[in-house]
Design a protein around this ligand. Structure first.
Ligand code: HDE
Length: 691
């Protein structure tokens, strides 16, 4: 036993290799043994004296901090924002106005909203899309979502919305889902939620990957240039990977199979060097446009259609580094909507104004005090100078004697006078006219709750519309009270009669309910907007996606290697699945190792699948449930399926042999693997769902 020695408790310990490996207490004192509590005799009582044991346990006892009250489950990554199209005429913010090519470090955190920290990734939910830019003029946070509108118009309603969406207070379930009475009760009594309801019932709330989502700043902000002139702006993130979602039945299965599906995917993509990228775009408009626009630009339940005001790309964000420590970075990162920089300003959007209070407040509670900006992930990367001092865990108190302003230190006193405000380079609020009567009232201009909901619905393809109706039927079928279900169908009648009828049929309503009181404004028939649909904007490539190849004994080695080569050419990744994790012997007599045993590699975790095995193996597996599920699910979820003809017995066992369509492709011919991968660029064979 040269490298190991047996401790008295029977455990093996490797000897430290160098001085740096020696364990110490939190006070830095080297520790001889941290596996046995000091005792009065080997079988005697544990002694309170053991400072090493007590320190270890004490620290463990204090490891938890409160999880975020919303967006508790999230995943953070580092990256860089590169300015590609500077807009100095619109803003003096150095991140957007400097020379082309300027790079700014960023930290992005993606999250679900309703679920707790340990909830599954593929809950039907809005995704948070928060980005912290460490600009050379201070930190700027865009704390956005993957949906451009919100449930409510006024921040004062937020606690009600979240109470209703989270588990019911008496029973503490259901977790991470809106399919329950309280949520639908609240929204059916809040018609302002209807546009958002259309969005959350669409496939946007079940993204395939965090890499395949758009992001939105949601509110209207202001850009202010060097001359003090302001324009309105909405921020957009456009994924270079394209937008893609899963289907609901797939989401349910992924949640069981791999609750960490989204974080694992992001981690793996970055770890393998496949760095996701988003373009940052701005929709810029002026007061005149705002005046003419049929909705209020301060109303966060409305979009500005991209067809009206095009999105102008200003730069690109590349996420290229996973965190080194989840807690230190992802858990402790503190986004605040109030973190803006010179050249960017708020508007009077009542949701945004409320958020500006909430985020600072919540970070103080969550991170334990006002000095959370000293935590490295939150600390600006530019100089910080002020007279704020003390408080819990203060790390960077101002130096010198002067800690107040105005002061008369400096000059020849030999004492630093400290920093001063600078009207030239400092933040100045845009001089928006005010002057109003104090009143607790919602603006009349916020009153149309249905027109844009309808516009969203009619802008979807048939398949997407069907998914929305199915989602509504699923959710409302989980609602116990009939009056709530009926009230919701009533709202749908304002949005689209066909949709209302489909949902009424789906939940078994004998007759359509009455429409709720009409909105104060007449409902406008808005034109379709192509930008609102996912399927009308399919990226048309398979880059960044994953194919699962299910191999078995005697599988054609040539087909497998052709598939691997074609996937590599497409920029896709391959995982090998086999009946045993040790792999399978292919036709060339060599054993190919597997990444997953079939039970751990169901088709739901892949974007497309292929099956390559010898006939005997396929016959054997034709009655093996994980194997038939692999085929069945891929077929049911409209995935492209490649197969070697020898696997027919398995396709028969799965019951799809006589239902084969153009999305099920023979891989045995010349160029078949290449053609298969290029067909996969459509991402799903949707015709199957319609047929
Ligand atoms: Fe948030 N929200 N929110 N929210 N939100 C929080 O702050 C709040 C809203 C969003 O990855 C909390 O740090 C109020 C809209 C994201 O750490 C809290 C209102 C949008 C994240 C809070 C809203 C968001 C949060 C909880 C209504 C999209 C996660 C923990 C006025 C534009 C950030 C925390 C991260 C987190 C309050 C509405 C996005 C309590 C009061 C609209 C992405 O401060």
């Amino acid at each position: 036993m040269s490298d190991f020695e047996l401790d008295k408790g029977g455990a093996n310990h490797q000897k430290p290799e160098g001085k740096d490996d020696v364990m110490t207490t939190a006070q830095g004192a080297p520790v001889a043994d941290d596996q046995n509590w000091l005792k009065g005799g080997p079988r005697g009582p544990s002694l309170l004296e053991d400072h090493i044991a007590r320190e270890k346990i004490f620290h463990f006892d204090h490891e938890r901090i409160p999880e975020r009250v919303v967006h508790a489950r999230g995943y953070g990554v580092h990256g860089t924002f590169e300015l590609t199209n500077p807009i100095p005429e619109l803003t003096c913010a150095s991140i957007l106005a400097s020379e082309k090519g300027k790079k700014t470090p960023v930290f992005a955190r993606f999250s679900t909203v309703a679920g707790s920290k340990g909830s599954p990734d593929l809950a039907r939910d809005v995704r948070g899309f928060a980005v912290k830019f460490y600009t050379d003029e201070g930190n700027w946070d865009i704390v956005g979502n993957n949906i451009p509108v919100f449930f409510i118009q006024d921040a004062i309603k937020f606690p009600d919305l979240i109470h209703a969406a989270k588990p019911a207070p008496d029973r503490d379930f259901p977790q991470a889902q809106t399919a329950h009475d309280n949520f639908w009760d609240f929204v059916s009594l809040s018609p302002e939620s209807m546009n958002m309801i259309m969005w959350i019932m669409s496939d946007r709330t079940i993204p395939r990957s965090l890499r395949f989502m758009e992001g939105f700043g949601v509110h209207t902000f202001r850009l202010v240039n060097e001359k003090g002139e302001a324009k309105f702006v909405k921020f957009h993130w456009k994924p270079k990977q394209g937008v893609q979602s899963v289907v609901w039945n797939e989401a349910l299965k992924i949640n069981g199979m791999d609750p960490d599906f989204h974080r694992r995917d992001m981690w793996a993509a970055i770890d393998s060097g496949d760095f996701p990228q988003w373009d940052l775009g701005v929709q810029v408009f002026d007061e005149d446009y705002a005046e003419k626009f049929e909705f209020d630009v301060l109303d966060a339940t409305k979009i500005i259609p991209e067809e009206d005001v095009p999105v102008q790309i200003v730069g690109t964000m590349t996420l290229d580094a996973n965190v080194e420590n989840f807690f230190a970075e992802t858990e402790q990162v503190a986004f605040c909507t109030q973190n803006i920089v010179r050249g960017i300003d708020f508007t009077e959007d009542p949701l945004l104004q409320g958020r500006n209070f909430s985020y600072l407040d919540t970070q103080t509670k969550r991170l334990g005090g006002p000095n959370f900006t000293h935590i490295p992930i939150n600390a600006p990367k530019c100089p910080v100078r002020h007279f704020q001092q003390d408080g819990h865990m203060a790390m960077q108190n101002p130096k010198g004697r002067a800690n107040y302003e105005p002061n008369s230190w400096g000059g020849d006193t030999g004492v630093e006078r400290g920093p001063r405000g600078c009207p030239v380079n400092g933040f100045t609020s845009y001089a928006a006219p005010m002057g109003a009567t104090k009143i607790r009232e919602r603006s009349e201009t916020f009153a149309d709750h249905y027109s844009q909901a309808r516009q969203f619905y009619i802008s979807q393809t048939d398949i997407e519309q069907t998914h929305m109706a199915d989602a509504l039927v699923f959710e409302l079928s989980k609602v116990g009270r009939n009056d709530i279900r009926q009230r919701m169908v009533g709202h749908l009648l304002h949005i689209d009669k066909g949709l209302a009828q489909d949902v009424a049929d789906g939940i078994g309503l004998k007759e359509l309910p009455a429409k709720p009181p009409a909105a104060r404004k007449p409902i406008t028939d808005l034109p379709e907007s192509k930008a609102l649909s996912i399927l009308k904007n399919t990226p048309g490539h398979f880059r960044g996606r994953k194919i699962g190849i299910y191999i078995g004994e005697g599988g054609d080695a040539g087909v497998v290697s052709a598939l691997k080569a074609a996937a590599k050419d497409e920029g896709a990744t391959v995982e090998i699945i086999a009946p045993h994790v040790s792999g399978a012997k292919l036709s060339d007599g060599k054993v190919m190792e597997a990444d997953e045993k079939i039970d751990g590699g169901p088709s739901v975790v892949y974007d497309a699948v292929a099956i390559v095995m010898g006939e005997d193996a396929a016959k054997k597996l034709a009655r093996n449930k994980p194997s038939t599920d692999f085929v069945n699910d891929a077929f049911a979820h409209s995935k492209f399926i490649g197969y070697h003809p020898a696997v027919k017995p398995l396709l028969e066992g799965a019951g799809i042999a006589n239902r084969m369509d153009d999305g099920v492709m023979d891989l045995s011919g010349k160029d078949a693997a290449k053609n298969f991968l290029s067909a996969c660029g459509a991402l799903r064979y949707w015709k199957r769902e319609q047929g």
